[in-house]
Design a protein around this ligand. Structure first.
Ligand SMILES: [Zn+2]
Length: 333
């Protein structure tokens, strides 16, 4: 019999070499310590509570989070309007408010023009990605397709701030912690407004904004609808050609992204991934499907599998208004 390919001995050597190289290059052979593994809703809720405490501690923002507790010493917003414009169906304004006791942020806020005085509206935190800013989610010519303007015209209250920085502003904080804190403050500011129904809050974003929507939906249980566009993926994929700003000490030791998304269960979650996403360096559908299968395990424990959706669309790295807006209408209206 003719032997094609490597001889048996050569095969053994190659296999051993593959094991060594594979072992060295594998992202992390041991599963994350706090991976979701609950089998009952009670256990799942306990895991969610412990996981949130862990994440706030890793992000070095446990003290700030404590200020949000009902008995916490809330940080006053001291909001100041910088400018405003009538944009037809809504009023657009730019404001400055306190994020931490020693740091301010600028926000864009849209308020629908009152047709029924005193009526409270649903509200959405709208989040941009790398290279963007607080204005771009209202721009229809951008990859965000102006989804925030679309929501504003449909009489949602919307808010947007900047999360694209790559420096840590305050000593003893983390980059992801400060980004998350700023969008949490946006949600808290929305909840403080007389025009907003704080039982109908949601969040949506693309790319880094989709990542921040994942974090906000996960860490703030008031989020009744989360749209995470152009991000759903795995830690292993993020290690291939992405800006490393997603990582912080202790994250991957304890969690994969599917675990973070599992913190939204059983609340409605819509992820969007495009067929034309780049690989590597992008957010390919095949990897998103693997991550969504993991997330659905958590939703299944709550008997809410249908609340976690993956919208696979034919485009690339862009926000799809056609599925996101009806999702937010359905869950927040
Ligand atoms: Zn980055």
């Amino acid at each position: 019999m003719m032997v094609v390919g490597p001889t048996p001995r050569c095969g053994i050597v190659l296999a051993a070499l593959a094991l060594i190289v594979g072992g060295l290059s594998a992202a992390d052979p041991t599963p994350p310590k706090m991976r979701f593994a609950a089998n009952t809703p009670t256990d799942a809720q306990r895991w969610q509570s412990e996981a949130r405490t862990k994440v706030f501690a890793l992000l070095q923002m446990a003290d700030l989070q404590a200020s949000r507790a009902p008995d916490g010493k809330a940080i006053p917003f001291d909001a100041k309007e910088l400018r405003s414009e009538d944009r037809g169906k809504y009023v657009w304004s730019e404001r400055e408010l306190n994020s931490t006791p020693t740091r301010k942020i600028k926000i864009v806020l849209t308020l629908p023009k009152e047709d029924k005085p005193g009526e409270k509206r649903p509200a959405v935190v709208c989040i941009h990605g790398h290279g963007g800013n607080r204005y771009i989610v209202y721009d229809r010519k951008s990859v965000y397709r102006g989804f925030a303007a679309d929501l504003a015209e449909r009489s949602f209250v919307t808010i947007s701030t900047d999360v694209g920085q790559h420096e840590v502003y305050e000593k003893g904080r983390t980059l992801m912690g400060e980004r998350l804190w700023d969008v949490l403050r946006c949600a808290d500011y929305l909840a403080s407004l007389p025009e907003v129904d704080d039982h109908r809050l949601g969040c949506a974003g693309l790319s880094l904004g989709g990542e921040m929507a994942m974090w906000l939906g996960a860490m703030d249980p008031r989020m009744r609808g989360t749209v995470s566009s152009g991000f759903l993926t795995t830690v292993a994929n993020m290690r291939r050609g992405h800006c490393p700003c997603w990582d912080f000490p202790g994250l991957t030791e304890n969690f994969d992204f599917s675990d973070i998304y599992s913190l939204t269960a059983p609340r409605p979650l819509l992820c969007q991934n495009g067929r034309k996403e780049r690989a590597p360096g992008g957010f390919p559908v095949e990897i998103a499907e693997v991550a969504m299968a993991e997330i659905r395990k958590a939703y299944k424990v709550f008997a809410a599998e249908k609340a976690a959706q993956l919208d696979i669309h034919p485009e690339g790295h862009e926000f799809v208004v056609a599925t996101a807006v009806p999702f937010l209408e359905q869950n927040l209206r």
